[in-house]
Design a binder for this molecule. Structure first.
Ligand code: MRU
Length: 342
């Protein structure tokens, strides 16, 4: 490790990746960055249609576990504003948009509970307030994760990360990248290696772009180069996010995370997982119970006659490969995690 680069972080210009906004007529709309267009275009979409939000989550226009949680609660708020039918059906449709990140079902459940017993006329306003609270808490949580995780890094650290667990994946600031940002401001981060993250390229399209916007030195690598950069001694720590963490500390995250953890273990590199407590699933004992989302084969390749495609969007990293899990509550050995109700 060389000396640290004292960083001036330029993240504020990015703004929130999603936000529920009350408009001039008193009704509200969800504003979100359409992440499918990045890095070519930075475009915010505004919608009052709850099913359009569900579609944005399914198609990865809005993605990242904490961001889809807030989007899910916002979708239910929009349903309360205009939707028809039963709230249970709407909540089920929203929560089923993506199965692996527990943050989505967690946030939708919270929203349903918040309006139980509330009269129909007041439900939309009640959920508007809840979503605004979730937005505020998201940033505070991420900044706490950042501060806790930065303690683990030495000056001059070269970090390798996977997928995008940055500001774009949350309302603001990010989880894994929250640690990078906090440590960068303390002069501890020399460089970040961003894995491309096939098949949807969140690392290449989102993380590399986001870090460059923030002013953090970043080098983009293909997924199959991680072993080489580790073997060359270019990586001091791996820091990734999470979509669901089981009681024993097994972690579901973007496909490819497990391989990186094995590589980090082989090379004696610490492997850190950053996540808010809303990503902890106290209901499951270990990672074998985590439902892995299977996505369309078109994400992997154009159809080729006679060729089948397998496209699991996430994998499970066994707890024994994980050095520490960092939440807003502190730094934990996997298996010794503090769950919210405890
Ligand atoms: O399919 P995605 O892009 O939603 O997957 C995102 C990830 O796997 C992230 O690492 C995870 O959600 C943590 S985001 C703070």
């Amino acid at each position: 490790m060389n000396g640290g680069l004292m960083g001036r972080l330029k993240l504020e210009a990015l703004g929130k990746s999603l936000e529920l906004v009350r408009e001039q007529d008193g009704r509200f709309a969800l504003h979100y960055v359409d992440q499918r267009l990045l890095p070519k275009r930075f475009e915010r979409v505004s919608t009052r249609e709850w099913r359009r939000v569900v579609d944005a989550v399914k198609t990865l226009a809005v993605r990242g576990a904490p961001a889809i949680g807030v989007a899910g609660a916002a979708a239910l708020a929009l349903w309360c504003q205009d939707g028809e039918g039963s709230i249970e059906d709407a909540a089920h449709e929203i929560a089923s948009a993506r199965p692996t990140a527990v943050n989505l079902s967690w946030a939708v459940k919270k929203a349903v509970e918040a309006v139980s017993g509330v009269d129909h006329v007041s439900r939309a306003d009640c959920l508007f307030d809840l979503v605004k609270q979730m937005e505020t808490e998201d940033e505070l949580t991420n900044r706490a994760i950042g501060a806790n995780g930065a303690e683990l890094l030495e000056p001059g650290t070269r970090v390798l990360t996977h997928c995008n667990a940055g500001s774009l994946a949350t309302v603001f600031y990010g989880t894994a990248l929250g640690i990078v940002y906090a440590a960068f401001e303390q002069g501890k981060v020399e460089r970040v290696f961003a894995d491309e993250t096939r098949p949807v390229d969140q690392g290449a399209r989102l993380t590399a772009w986001e870090l460059a916007q923030a002013g953090v030195p970043v080098t983009l690598i293909c997924d199959d180069m991680a072993a080489t950069v580790m073997a060359q001694g270019l990586v001091d720590a791996v820091v990734v996010g999470a979509d669901r963490i089981a009681r024993n500390g097994d972690v579901a995250n973007k496909i490819g995370t497990y391989g990186l953890a094995v590589l980090a273990h082989e090379h004696g590199i610490p492997f850190y997982v950053a996540a808010p407590s809303s990503t902890l699933d106290a209901a499951i004992s270990d990672g074998s119970h985590i439902v892995i989302e299977q996505r369309d084969s078109a994400e992997v390749a154009e159809p080729i006659k006679g060729v089948d495609v397998y496209n699991p969007a996430f994998d499970v990293t066994p707890a024994h490969y994980i050095t520490r899990i960092i939440t807003e509550r502190g730094v934990f050995r996997p298996g010794e995690l503090e769950f919210p109700s405890e």
